[in-house]
Design a protein around this ligand. Structure first.
Ligand code: SF4
Ligand SMILES: [Zn+2]
Length: 380
């Protein structure tokens, strides 16, 4: 285990070097009066199809990404942010308000406000500005649901009381990137920096508030796992979350610039997920009682900066895949996914067979070391 720890640190150091080089070269001349982006996505609310709005605030950046640990392996949000430097006063409020005034919310009952990190972290966005934003939303009767995101360490009674009181006639979802219920996998394959117990404590706290719900992000096709292992990890995680979380969003990994995932992908050491993996997960679960215990969403598309590559199948059937995901997200009709078919499914099954015979017997620690060796060899 000592050997692994030192090797893992070398991988992280390598990752951080990549981050630092990119950081020096990046143009950070952002306007802090304008949101980084806003999009309209399909959604589902109280049994009906809806359109929801996502605001990507131009932000200070995730504090976890700013540490020497470099943040989560798949996450490139950092590069659309001020990388830890404080923003001028009222920037968050001003950018929110100018974007908010562009929309007629009678068409959009749900708003997601993302800050490329934890919106409940006072170091990332001043609390006072967050509460000013929420007070604007409070006065809008068309908005019924608000989605915020945070790591567990910033969720506490004080902030939950405030949110619950300000938005007392709306439902608030707090999205937490748990990614997997397996602590070892979360540490080795994501570099998340918190454990399942930390998450559970905060979910229990959230349960005290009738207008606040837990939304849990679960990653699909983690680094270093085979397709089969990833399917089993997601299913086990969903079982472990049953009765705890109100909503689960499956997040197939996308290729985001300047991340360890991108580095491994470009060196042919990681294959991004095929759409078929979602079909396999749903085929395993759709008839079970488990699915009645939470609302399930399929995410993985809502990021800024926009990833280079998303979950996909082949050029012939990608449109059908994305349409099916949209239909599922706005109707919860699982058949949209289960009836997908294409010749490329056979390649996916073949890949599973090959991985099961060549990779699955190799311990996770060894797979990580093998990737490290590859980079050390390459840099000689
Ligand atoms: S996934 Fe979330 S916690 Fe991890 S680095 Fe990105 S913003 Fe930070
Ligand atoms: Zn296809």
């Amino acid at each position: 285990m000592e050997l692994l720890k030192s090797d893992k640190n070398k991988i992280l150091t390598h990752f951080n070097e990549v981050l630092k080089i990119k950081k020096r070269n990046l143009n950070r001349e952002f306007s802090f009066d304008k949101v980084a982006n806003s999009t309209i996505n399909k959604g589902y609310l109280n049994g009906s199809k809806i359109d929801r709005i996502i605001f990507y605030l131009r932000s200070t950046g995730c504090e976890w990404s700013c540490t020497k640990m470099g943040g989560c392996f798949m996450c490139g949000h950092y590069f659309g942010t001020n990388m830890g430097d404080t923003l001028p006063k009222n920037s968050f409020y001003n950018q929110f308000l100018s974007e908010y005034n562009k929309y007629d919310f009678s068409k959009y009952p749900m708003i997601c406000i993302y800050n490329a990190g934890s919106i409940l972290n006072d170091n990332e966005i001043p609390r006072e500005e967050l509460y000013r934003i929420l007070n604007v939303i409070k006065r809008n009767n068309d908005i019924k649901r608000v989605v915020l995101e945070s790591r567990p360490e910033f969720i506490n009674v004080e902030v939950l009381n405030q949110i619950s009181n300000i938005l007392n006639d709306k439902i608030v979802e707090i999205g937490i990137g748990l990614e997997t219920s397996n602590d070892k996998v979360r540490e080795y394959c994501i570099n998340k920096g918190f454990n399942f117990k930390n998450y559970l404590e905060k979910v229990k706290l959230i349960k005290n508030y009738s207008n606040i719900k837990t939304l849990t992000y679960v990653t699909v096709k983690l680094l270093f796992l085979t397709i089969d292992e990833s399917i089993r990890d997601v299913i086990q995680t969903m079982k472990d979350l049953s009765g705890l979380t109100d909503i689960i969003s499956l997040e197939p990994i996308s290729i985001q610039k300047n991340t360890l995932v991108e580095l491994l992908y470009t060196n042919k050491l990681y294959d991004p997920p095929k759409g078929w993996i979602i079909k396999e997960i749903l085929a395993n679960l759709h008839n079970t009682n488990l699915m009645k215990n939470f609302e399930l969403r399929i995410g993985g598309f809502e990021f800024f900066p926009i990833p280079d590559l998303f979950i996909s199948n082949c050029n012939k059937c990608n449109k059908k895949l994305y349409d099916a995901i949209d239909i599922y997200n706005s109707t919860k009709d699982v058949n949209s996914i289960l009836t997908l078919s294409c010749d490329c499914y056979e390649e996916f099954k073949k890949k599973i067979y090959i991985e099961n015979n060549t990779v699955s017997h190799i311990p996770l620690e060894e797979r990580i070391c093998n990737s490290l060796e590859y980079f050390l060899y390459k840099s000689l």
